[in-house]
Structure formats: structure tokens, C-alpha cells
Design a protein around this ligand. Sequence first.
Ligand code: AN0
Ligand code: CP
Length: 320
Amino acid sequence: MKTFTNVMDIGDLSQALAEAQLIKKDRYQFEHLGKHKTCLLIFFNNSLRTRLSTQKAARNLGMDVIVLDVNQGAWKLETERGVIMDGDKSEHLLEAIPVMSNYCDIIGVRSFARFESREDDYTEKILNQFIKYSGKPVFSMEAATGHPLQAFADLITIEEHKRTQRPKVVLTWAPHPKALPQAVPNSFADWMNEADVDFVITHPEGYELDPKFVRGAKVEYDQKKAFEGAEFIYAKNWACPGVTNPADYGKVLSKDMSWTVDTEHMSWTNNAFFMHCLPVRRNMIVTDDVIEAPTSLVIPEAANREISATVVLKRLLESL
Ligand code: AN0
Ligand code: CP
């Protein structure tokens, strides 16, 4: 595996899940693979889980790790080619990428959607420059349109907790005060569409996700109907993806609190587990009662981020 940006990169999912379980039994068993190899983690945006779990995963594999927060201590980077750089940006990404790639063997990039241009975000303008100009294996730590390390950890968590062979898994939009990217729901859909689950997406009208990620999934606008019989509820807010109306891209179209996942919502399900990638705003996305219930999987889900990252870094190391 040379890059990791979507579900196709990982190949057969049952094999990937088996590898995750193997690593969970002894997470240091591939420690020899990373000897004298360096993993560079570049953050254009904040992070708690990804920052810690990916460093832990790299160390499980015996790698050295360098973390760079671009906005804290590095030069401000210009990302647009052709710009006259007379503003506050001192360095261009086109120099920074090949320079950074000299110091490492594998590069992880976190670069959220900027909501300035749908096209720039959906063509993964920043991540693809790293892939093109670094000459190193690159993996997404949440880019503009995807968060595959999260979706892989979510799939591992579902596999570990499912009570039926083919569980009903529901991705539900929930309200949030600020505009958030579509990366998490896009990747969740990307992975669930390939997994052995009955997958349903529910959201208010206008929040349609990009067809590239929805593919054949069922979309149900009635949240109550969607929740019926569900074994897993996966909540997430996202801003308008601009599918039906490109002018609305990145806008907050609704803060409808009737979509907040509370105990009544959970009573519509088949005693479902609650999932969220975190960070979560309590009593906006989900009530205290639901996130604190024994059926809440948010903590094991976050713990599985170390496992998904270890599988991914192992495969990237094997490609060197
Ligand atoms: C980010 C998002 O919604 O994409 C990161 C989630 C893992 N969340 C926030 O910015 C709050
Ligand atoms: N879930 C997730 O990626 O969390 P962070 O933004 O804290 O890394």
C-alpha cells in the first residue's frame, strides 16, 4: 500500500479486520518493521485522538516520529501556485513538501476542508500535493473529504460489538453550532458501503452527501424511520455538502435540535450502540444520558484508532 486515503486502498476488508485483531493481541509484534524509519505527522488543524493514536501506532512498529504543527512554529505556508507572495506567508508548499520528505519515510497529513471552494476541497488539493511532490507513502489523518483512519477504527468497533451477522448501521446528522467538514460521514459511508452491514443514512433535506460516497446506500429523511431496528447509531454533524445547491457549500442550513440523539431516539432502535468519532458537543449532538450509557462505544472506538493506524502504518512500511 503506497497511499491511504480511502477504503479502496486497504483492499479486502475481512483481511484488514483479521490483521487488526492480530495486532490487538500483541501490538508490538511488528516492531522490527520500523527500525530506522521515520514517520512525519503534519497537522494543519487541531487534533487530540489522531495526534496521539498515530504516534503510538508508529512507536508500536518501532518507528521514530516527528510531529509538525504547521500553524505553531513553522513558516506560514502558501498553498496556491502562481500567487505573488507579498502577504503573510513566508514559504510555499512546493518547497516545503520536498524539504520535509527528506527527513522521513512516511508522511501523515491532516488538512481539513477550508470551505473556500468546493472544487479545491473535493479534489483534495492539499493532500494530493503531498502525494505528488513528496515521493513518499502518504496517509490521510483527515483531509478535506475523508477520514479513513477513523472509518477503519469504526468498522473494527462495529465488528467487535455486532450481535447479528449483518447489523443495521445508521449514520445520522445531528446539530452543531459551527460548520464542520464532511470528511467523517463521507469516509464512514465509504467504508460501510464495502462492509457486510445494512447501511442507512439520515439527515435533513439539503444535507445530501456526495454521490461518490453515498453510492448505493439507502437515504431516509425521516430520522425515526431510519432508526427503527438499528443496531448501531453513528451520529455526526456536517455542513452542507453543496450537492443539490453548490452555493450552499459549507453553510449551516439547520440547527434543528429535534435531531439531537437522546434516550427517546435510542428507544426507536433495536437497543442500539451509540457511536461518534469525537470530539463531540454534548447536548447538541447527543445527550449526556446517551453518551454515558453502557451502550455508548465512543471510548472503545477512540481506542481502536491506535489499532487502525498500526495496520495502516504496517502496510505502508511493507511497501518501502
Ligand atoms: C472535525 C470534523 O468534524 O471533521 C474533526 C472530527 C474528527 N471536528 C471538529 O472540528 C469539531
Ligand atoms: N476523531 C478524531 O480524529 O479526533 P481528533 O480530531 O481529536 O484527532
